[in-house]
Design a protein around this ligand. Sequence first.
Ligand SMILES: NC(=O)CC[C@H](N)C(=O)O
Length: 200
Amino acid sequence: MAGRSLPPVGVFALQGDVREHVAVLAQLGADVREVRTPAQLAEVGGLVIPGGESSVMDKLSRLFGLRDPLRDRIATGMPVYGTCAGLIMLADRLHDAIEGQLSLGGLDVAVRRNAFGTQLDSFETDLAVPALGEPPVHAVFIRAPVVDEVGAGVEVLASLDDGRVVAVEQGRLMGTSFHPEVAGETRFHARFLDHVAAAS
Ligand SMILES: NC(=O)CC[C@H](N)C(=O)O
């Protein structure tokens, strides 16, 4: 489906693992653009916000005048997929944010940054994601956040064995604590492109 009538899609490119997301989206047939300016944002029909450091993404998005246009597009229904720091950016509420750190919001969730402490800073696990079918997702967690609170309109896509929520969706906004793009996993990005197709 991607590549047929799909508008260009963007990857937020001021900070983070931009190249990996561009590669997955291109592999799925999308016309991918890196987004650093409001003009570039206006050209895309959906956006991936990568992993990286959410406090830096916040600062840079304000500095580059992207924060308000991003909030407008999210409010008017642009599909967005955030991984890790990108999930933090999409959360309405942050736990353990650094002082003054803002998120963009959109997802009615509270997200805790760096939720796995030092011992489990980074780990990999196979995760059942019923909405994506079989096989399980090989999920790579890198200084990852978890979703602490989930609002009424939010669907939980995946949880760890201990019940902690690590993937959510609300309308056309989706967020994962982990990084599918570094593990050769394409189904979250394909689902994001489905959202873009449905929105355009
Ligand atoms: N891999 C990641 O994106 C880590 C997120 C980072 N710990 C943050 O708070 O933004």
